[in-house]
Design a protein around this ligand. Structure first.
Ligand SMILES: *[C@@H]1O[C@H](CO)[C@@H](O)[C@H](O)[C@H]1NC(C)=O
Ligand SMILES: *[C@@H]1O[C@H](CO)[C@@H](O)[C@H](O)[C@H]1NC(C)=O
Length: 288
């Protein structure tokens, strides 16, 4: 019985859809991430079918900031909303340009399209934009001793560059990520000016011979910035850009002398890697 009702329901829906010739869909195209000071172009695409456009309205977190009505003069109006500065010259029915975004620009942007009489139909779509600040500095490894021997405790700190939101840090020994909670020490986030933060993650491991593959050990700290992505449960369009990921790493190579197990030679190599913007390698060798 329940099944047949469902079939009937879908059959009715089909009839409605096939006779609907007016406003079909609305889709927003909003940059997922922006850096303070940049401009942001928000697009609103729609298919009116046989309908005539009455209005396009833009909202940030449910507050209207821009309206386009083709039959009124002037056609477009903007409203004061914190963090939103519309470039009226560059904005129209299908796009809105915001200049000089700032931290308050982060939010959910919704475009609502309405048709004229007789259909009066309307549809909307929304997407999130986050303002982020990428770190200018690479992560720093501190607490490095001149010499390490098997049985010694390696006790290091890795501190991220200043970013917003906070960078995530991961330690690797010989390309294997350290996940044991007892080996990792999470220090509190440090706050700096302009809302920027640094994070520090400690590494505490007792060195054994298994760590020295071919007489050396590579210790690496990777910092990455991955702003929280839009929840998948929301019915919205998220711009299909490749996910921005800013990854930087610092690499430490600990070398043990193969002939002598007690004293080790330390080679200190720093590798800076930024997947998004550049790839730079700097080698610093310290021979004891
Ligand atoms: C929609 O428009 C097309 C082309 O303008 C027309 O052929 C069609 O009959 C229209 N449909 C309705 C239901 O008005
Ligand atoms: C790591 O950083 C914490 C917090 O700043 C500090 O208390 C600790 O002494 C540091 N450890 C090393 C090995 O540098």
């Amino acid at each position: 019985m329940k099944l047949s009702w469902n079939i009937l329901f879908f059959a009715i829906l089909e009839v409605i859809n096939s006779t609907k010739t007016g406003l079909k869909w609305v889709r927003v195209n909003v940059p997922q991430f922006r850096v303070p000071g940049e401009t942001a172009q928000l697009q609103c695409e729609f298919d009116l079918g046989n309908d005539t456009l009455y209005s396009v309205k833009w909202y940030k977190d449910h507050e209207e900031f821009y309206r386009y009505l083709p039959k009124t003069r002037p056609q477009s109006t903007s409203y004061r909303v914190e963090g939103v500065q519309v470039d009226m010259q560059k904005s129209s029915s299908k796009k809105v340009v915001l200049h000089s975004v700032n931290w308050k620009t982060s939010g959910i942007y919704k475009c609502e399209v309405s048709a004229e009489a007789p259909s009066f139909s309307s549809a909307q779509s929304e997407a999130k934009m986050e303002i982020v600040s990428l770190p200018e500095e690479d992560p720093i490894i501190t607490g490095v001793k001149d010499e390490y021997s098997i049985g010694d405790e390696i006790n290091l700190n890795c501190t991220s560059g200043k970013s917003r939101p906070a960078s995530m840090l991961h330690w690797y020994i010989n390309e294997q990520q350290i996940q044991k909670p007892e080996a990792l020490i999470q220090y509190p986030i440090e706050h700096h000016t302009k809302g920027l933060v640094t994070t520090t993650l400690g590494l505490k491991v007792t060195l054994n011979s298994r760590h020295f593959l071919g007489g050396s050990m590579r210790v690496k700290c990777v910092a990455s910035l991955m702003p929280t992505l839009f929840g998948e449960d929301r019915e919205s369009e998220v711009q299909s850009l490749p996910i921005m990921r800013d990854t930087r790493e610092a690499l430490l190579l600990v070398k043990s002398a193969s002939t002598c197990h007690i004293s080790s030679v330390l080679v200190f190599i720093l590798t800076f890697l930024n997947v998004l913007f550049y790839h730079k390698i700097l080698n610093v060798n310290i021979f004891m």
